[in-house]
Design a binder for this molecule. Structure first.
Ligand code: K1U
Ligand code: ZN
Length: 177
């Protein structure tokens, strides 16, 4: 396993529409393993392949939710190959989202609180499930990445421009240091 570099804004690769995974090969399994290692290291709760520069419709999620209060987070690694949203509820819920490709920026995004999704796992098995709560939010965020969409695209122009300015400023400061 290896930690891969996470690409960040304004890298144009983040705007690519990723291609379907045609065959689950050793390379795809290795990519998923590396994505988990990269996500745990960041740390984050999700990662799409394009965030490590691979334009394939593959994403990983681990919400690492504690089983009980003060409990240790329990690992629950999930891989979604070629995910699709079949249905979504009309009811939206807000969540203060972040993104490893938009570092240190958070903003409230409204998304459907319930989706019916279809995807394949790494054995090629097809799953179809209704997903709610934080997993639904995270899956929609990661699926946006597969279509070149970032959470900032769901914000007003004013909020989005503020975040883009902050990122440009942070980049300049880093280059000057
Ligand atoms: O960049 C990404 O796509 C990952 C992103 C996923 C996400 C977060 C919040 C709402 C929707 C999707 C992150 O993981 S940002 C970091 C983060 O949320 C986090 C980091 C450490 C512990 C817990 C959460
Ligand atoms: Zn993201």
């Amino acid at each position: 396993m290896a930690i891969r570099e996470i690409i960040i804004l304004p890298d144009k690769q983040l705007r690519l529409v990723s291609k379907p995974v045609e065959k689950i090969t050793t390379e795809i399994r290795k990519l998923a393993d590396d994505m988990f290692e990269t996500m745990y290291d960041a740390p984050g709760i999700g990662l799409a392949a394009i965030q490590v520069g691979v334009p394939q419709r593959l994403l990983v999620i681990d919400l690492q939710e504690p089983l009980e209060e003060d409990g240790e987070p329990v690992k629950n690694p999930l891989v979604f190959v070629n995910p699709e949203i079949l249905e979504h509820s009309d009811q939206d819920v807000p969540y203060n989202e972040g993104c490893l490709s938009v570092p240190d920026q958070y903003a409230e995004v409204d998304r459907p609180d319930r989706i019916k999704a279809r995807w394949q796992d790494l054995d090629g098995k097809v799953h179809e499930e209704v997903i709610t709560g934080m997993l639904a939010t995270c899956l929609q965020h990661e699926m946006d990445h597969l279509n070149g969409v970032l959470f900032i695209d769901h914000l007003s122009r004013l909020k989005r421009d503020m975040i883009l300015k902050k990122i440009a400023k942070a980049r300049k400061e880093l280059q000057a240091a």
